[in-house]
Design a protein around this ligand. Structure first.
Ligand code: ADP
Ligand code: ZN
Length: 680
């Protein structure tokens, strides 16, 4: 007799790579479909699983039954099953975990059922529901760019475009007109941080009304789920969001836009360490969609791909209003005898204040000073759980008036000593400059000026961030003309525009250059460009003053010359010489343990495994202690694997990972970071 049974092939949201087969009981046969969630027995437990296939035969004999089906219709379209499977393989994660990462958290809880319910109509943008038609006539660069994108859309199939143009060159207008061209087909727009790009969202809402769904970290679980469901039900064909929007449950996507594609926020740094830009490109490939990477300073990798013809290069070389890029000067701060603000910058500020213009100051560290130091014995308090000095915060926030020492990695807090705990000395020095100290200094120098500090301490919670950039900037007067000086961390360079800023200052541009990371030059170039883009957007030409100890650094020299291509050429030469991306792919393996001795004892064995392995075509750096040796209580060693071919690199990392797992290093955890963007 034929076996009429059907089996569900299920993956579960835990770190096991297997696919498990379960018998589908008769009453569920009709209902259960690929892409649904089920409850299945798993050892002694019951787990939530995702059905990735249905088969006639089971691969094992001891078969258990599916207990319950949680959905009325599949929540995972086929394209997302493919995408998550690719991610699992590429990033060394289990498929079930990849699916779990892709879903709003409500759908990963077994008690929550995605049954049909009335969608709540609480929408913050209700008043903007009437879409406006655009009557903007594109300039010739925009026109050419859009024409080529339209060709790509018409011909169908996968294409990647790199749209290169500084802020104000009209990229967003091109995005919107490309989307308007799609009709009812799905579009995903990724932005690095929604809170900083609220103006962007408002513009899309204005043009496309209710069709726009928004995904960002400030949403509650319920709001996020509601947005997800609107897309799933086909009520919304456009989604704007951060990383997670790349998983928007469209059955078919036609266009994916990644704004500021170079931004490191696209990389998730814990759990599944994926880069949403790269996942987006893969989604485009899987679905035959067009992908637009937009940027004012494209990542070296993307620009290289464009030069090689892998991406179509589209350029918007000037601002819409034709305003010039600001004049940029470099000030050698080492000649300024310990001054936080050089004479030159000081004069610049005074001039602007006299004329009633605004100033933007970038201080890329929060707190008062990055560390404190006993001037008698050199003792400097560090975090007990991380190899990081504690940052001194003079005023933490409105609720607490006492100074505090804080770890910026794990949030450990302690009261600052007034007497050195090591030698009893009383001469404590506050070393380096954070935003609080800069604010104090500026307030002293310009007592008449109204000053606004913007950093993570003044905005406190993530959700407040959103409000800050949408409403408070207005409330607190940036557009109302009554703030004279805005100072803050890189948030101010990334975020919304501040009209009538005519001078920007980078108080110390070198912070990023000291990080042991092959991208530090690129990051500095990008950050300084973003800062430059924020000035002189009004009638009066802008100026950027960069204070540095390294005025000869190539990144800064090319910034001064406003020469992206010159910078690229220098950088790509270095990348080739030092065998870094895009010429070599990198996989970083972090080995960590809360027991230092146990970890160190295992290193020779690890070295032995590597020595015995076939390392043809692979270059290995380490194992060596990571730059941040201890983090959140874990001691860390790392290995950097480099290879010309991703396939052989991936295979090698996979074999190494298996061997380490087989040897069962007790208490040791392994993190695999594919295409890492942080090497510390
Ligand atoms: P980007 O995204 O590159 O920063 P935007 O698309 O936001 O540039 O354009 C900058 C400003 O110019 C916006 O206010 C936008 O509405 C306006 N703009 C864009 N394209 C045109 C155009 N062709 N004609 C007139 N104004 C335009
Ligand atoms: Zn810490």
């Amino acid at each position: 007799m034929m076996d009429r049974n059907r089996y569900a092939r299920v993956v579960v949201g835990i770190p096991v790579d297997n696919i498990f087969d379960y018998l589908i009981p008769e009453p569920l046969l009709e209902r259960l479909k690929v892409g649904m969630r089920v409850l299945v027995p798993f050892g002694k437990r019951r787990l939530l699983g995702y059905v990735i296939g249905i088969a006639d035969k089971a691969e094992v004999t001891d078969i258990k039954e599916v207990r319950e089906v949680l959905d009325d219709e599949p929540i995972l379209p086929e394209n997302l099953l493919k995408l998550t499977r690719w991610m699992a393989n590429y990033y060394f994660y289990s498929w079930g975990m990849a699916i779990k990462t892709s879903l709003p958290s409500r759908l990963n809880s077994p008690v929550h059922k995605a049954r049909k319910r009335k969608v709540s109509e609480t929408d913050k943008y209700e008043r903007l529901h009437l879409p406006e038609r655009s009557d903007i006539a594109l300039n010739k660069f925009q026109f050419d760019a859009l024409k080529r994108i339209k060709e790509g859309l018409k011909n169908g199939g996968f294409n990647t475009f790199l749209l290169h143009g500084i802020a104000g060159s009209g990229k967003t207008e091109v995005y919107m007109q490309a989307i308007a061209n799609l009709g009812e087909k799905g579009a995903i727009v990724l932005v690095p941080e929604i809170s900083l790009t609220s103006r962007f969202v408002m513009r899309f809402r204005k043009r496309f009304g209710r069709r726009v769904a928004v995904f960002h970290s400030g949403l509650s679980e319920k709001e996020r789920f509601d947005e997800w469901r609107r897309i799933h039900k086909g009520e919304s064909e456009i989604v704007i969001g951060v990383r997670s929007a790349v998983f928007a449950p469209f059955r078919k996507v036609s266009l994916i836009i990644i704004d500021e594609e170079q931004d490191p926020s696209y990389k998730q740094e814990e759990g599944l360490r994926f880069n949403a830009r790269d996942v987006a490109i893969m989604r485009g490939k899987i679905e035959g969609a067009n992908v637009i990477l937009g940027s004012s300073t494209p990542s070296v990798e993307s620009f290289y791909n464009a030069r090689k013809g892998r991406y179509h290069y589209l350029s918007l070389p000037e601002r819409i209003d034709r305003r010039p890029f600001p004049a940029i000067s470099l000030i050698d701060i080492s000649k300024e005898k310990k001054k936080i603000i050089s004479d030159r910058l000081r004069e610049g500020i005074s001039d602007r204040l006299e004329r009633g213009e605004k100033v933007l100051l970038l201080i890329n560290r929060r707190g008062y000073s990055p560390f404190i130091l006993c001037r008698e014995c050199g003792y400097s308090p560090g975090c007990p759980d991380c190899s990081i000095t504690l940052t001194y915060h003079k005023v933490t926030n409105k609720e607490s008036v006492n100074p505090v020492l804080k770890c910026h990695y794990c949030n450990y807090k302690t009261a600052p000593p007034t007497i050195c705990p090591d030698c009893g000395g009383i001469n404590i020095g506050y070393i380096g400059v954070g935003t609080e100290r800069a604010e104090e200094e500026i307030t002293k120098s310009y007592p008449e000026a109204s000053i606004l500090r913007i950093d993570r301490d003044t905005t406190r919670r993530k959700t407040t961030f959103y409000r800050v950039s949408r409403e408070t900037f207005q409330e607190e007067g940036i557009t109302n003309q009554d703030t004279d000086i805005i100072l803050g961390t890189q948030i101010i360079a990334k975020g919304n525009d501040f009209p009538s800023v005519t001078l920007a200052g980078a108080v110390w541009a070198d912070g990023g250059l000291h990080i042991p990371d092959f991208r530090s030059g690129e990051r500095t170039f990008q950050l300084m460009t973003q800062l430059a883009e924020k000035v002189g957007t009004g009638e009066i030409p802008g100026e950027l003053i960069i204070q540095t100890h390294n005025p000869d650094h190539y990144s800064l020299r090319y910034i001064k010359a406003n020469d992206y291509y010159g910078f690229y050429k220098e950088e790509i030469r270095l990348r080739k010489e030092l065998r870094y991306p895009p010429f070599y792919r990198i996989i970083r393996i972090i080995i960590k343990c809360d027991n230092e001795e146990g970890l160190v004892k295992k290193i020779p064995e690890l070295k032995g495994i590597i020595k015995a392995s076939d390392t043809k075509d692979i270059e290995i750096l380490g194992p060596a202690p990571a730059h941040i040796y201890k983090l959140k209580g874990m001691y860390r060693w790392h290995l950097i694997l480099k290879g010309k071919s991703h396939v052989s690199l991936h295979n090698y990392a996979s074999r190494l990972n298996e061997t380490i797992k087989e040897r069962k290093f007790p208490g040791i955890r392994i993190d695999i970071d594919v295409d890492p963007i942080r090497m510390v």
